[in-house]
Every structure is written in C-alpha cells, then in structure tokens.
Design a protein around this ligand. Sequence first.
Ligand code: 3PG
Length: 403
Amino acid sequence: VGDLSKADLEGKVVFVRADLNVPLDGDLNISDDTRIRAAVPTLKYLVDNGAKVLLASHLGRPKKGPEDKFRLNPVVPRLSELLGQAVEKAEDCIGEAVTSKLATMKNGSVLLLENVRFYPEEEKNDPEFAKKLAAPADIYVNDAFGTAHRAHASTEGVTKYVNTSVAGFCMQKELDYLDGAVANPKRPFVAIVGGSKVSSKIGVIESLLSSCDKIILGGGMIFTFYKARGMAVGSSLVEEDKLELAKELEIKAKAKGVEIVLPTDVIVADKFAPDANTQVVDVNAIPDGWMGLDIGPKSIDLLKDTLKGAKTVIWNGPMGVFEFEAFSKGTFAIANELAGMDDCITIIGGGDSVAAVEKAGVAEKMSHISTGGGASLELLEGKVLPGVAALDESEVLVSAGAN
Ligand code: 3PG
C-alpha cells in the first residue's frame, strides 16, 4: 500500500480515517484508550510535517442519526493529551461545519470530525457522501485497520475522490504482522486458536493450515472436536452442526502435515457461573452434567512444550471463560508464556486475546497486538479487506500522477 512517509505534507489538508471506536462506560468515559493511542504515531507525524489534519472515525453503531451517546466528544481530551496539543472538534464530518474551521486551521493542527455514521450514507458507501468527505482533502490516509473490513464511504469510497490514498502507520504495522509475518513466517510457526465456537474460527483455522506448523486449539470449541471423535463431553458447549466440519479439519491438517494439539485435561464446572463447583478431569472422563470451562494443568504444560522453540506465534481466542477467575488460568498461562518468549515474533490477533494480555499486564512484551477484531479475523482468513484494497488501487493513481 502507499507509503505515508513519501508524501509531501507541508500545508496539505490530510483526511485521516482512524478507528477511534473506543469503549465508553455509562458516563461516557473511555474505558480503554488503546485505539486512540494506536492512531497517535500517524497523527504526530502529520502534525510534525505541517499538515492540516481532518480526523474522521465512527463510534458505535448509531442508527438514528446524531445521538449524543455516539458523539466523538470524549475522544477530544485524551487525544489532546496524547498529542500534546489541543485538538478541536467539528460538529459534523462534511460541509460548512468542517470548511469554516478548516479556513482558520494552522499547519500542524488537528480537527476531529463528528461520527461519520451519523449519516446512513457512510455504511451504504454512498458515492455522493464519499465525495463530500473527500472534498476538502489533498491526501487521504487510512489508519483505521479495525474498520478496514468494511467497504464504507470513509474507508473505501473516499479513495475514489482524492489523488493520493496511503496507509497510516497503525494500518501498515497491522498488515506487516497479520499479513506479512503470517504469510512468510519464521519457523516453527505455531498458531493458538481459542474461543467458544468453532463456527467463528473455521476460516482462520483453514487458512492457518496452509502456513503454520502446529495449531493449538483451546476454548469452548474443543468440545466440538472431542464429540466429533466420539468422546463424551458432559454438558459442555457443542455445535452439533459442526461435528462433520471438525472431523474434516483434523483430516485436512493431517494431509498438510500440520499437528493439531488439543488439551488433554479440562476444568469442569457444575454450572456456568463464577462460583460454580469445579474439578479437573481428563478429557475422556468428563462427568455427565458438567461443562468444561477452562483447560487443565496438564494441558498448560503440553501447550508450553508445544510453544518451545517457536519463532512465530499467533494467538486468537481465549482458552477458557477467563472473565471468571476460576476459569482464567489457561488463558493467562498462554499470555505469560508468550511474554517470556523473547526470541519469537508474538502476534495477538484481536478481540478477547488482546483483553487477556492486557489483563495479564504483559501487553508490552508482545511483538504486535492488533487493534482489529473482525478485521484481523478476516485478514487471517485470507480475505481481501476493502479498505486496504482501495489503497492499493490508489497507489497506482499516485505514481501515474507523479509521472
Ligand atoms: C470494531 O470495533 O470492530 C470496528 O471499529 C468496526 O466496528 P463495526 O463492527 O461496528 O463496523
């Protein structure tokens, strides 16, 4: 994709699409500012190089036009603090509200635009709306990796109405790790895939079968694999309609020479609750009426053994119901094990596993933590992300224009 560091920025109006879709609590306070921090390197670079930055994002999924709880206002103070300069906000993302403020903007300043999803045209990827977003801009920078799987006006359509569309540094880093490091991994390459449902991870597992050496499976999805092998799983979560598929995945793995590592023991509970009665059992001895909610100590040792010597590890999905302390050991064991693997590229591929490494206090130790949930899954599945594909096409335009 186009390279931001090659663009001439002094005095240019740069429209940056970031993913500032941060979680807010009931009082509209930001409960996790990771995505704002992820946008800072690109914004700082633009500011330092004298651009006038129009910063756009969505927040939540507003369906009724402008609603106060979906305004981007809570982002302003945190972003100003992180950038070390005051960020102004416009009350709209297109039209007069933007151009009037832009008229007095100095080089090196940032104007945060209002939630692009206040217009239904955004998600419809309406060309007229995309044109309006692009109107003031000389350059478009897409740094919104977390939204790159959406073909929306501000992530895809807008590229058709600006001359230059490049990736921001956050986007670039995500692609380097989730695409580059996974497609051309340093070996041995071990994938850890967890989560409750095999149905949501089929695409990722299938795709990783083509590149990794071993796949460790964990989380609720393992019970579908056990049942497919004819084992009793008590009242553990099983996707009955995915039993055949689980069998097929094991057959495919064998054919490709990829080792699938399944836990050998689990922590079972008599109900789905933080204070349930629990016991550790081997996977072939799950009692009737009990459900597996975490992997057991023998499995933790097995996973550590499997990870030994790995040069690339990608992790997506928890090993158990880690929101409940009683069932968090497997997930945190993985987080801590990865944190100690200094000579290994460790990639945390979005969603719950990101929350787990943060909760374990080892986020700093990972090579890369994705800011995207759905986007990282789709990229790992080998899908083309519309927001990224649009930048590729635009790069051709840029060099055509430059010649
Ligand atoms: C996310 O949180 O995954 C992204 O910001 C995309 O949001 P969306 O799922 O509402 O499109």
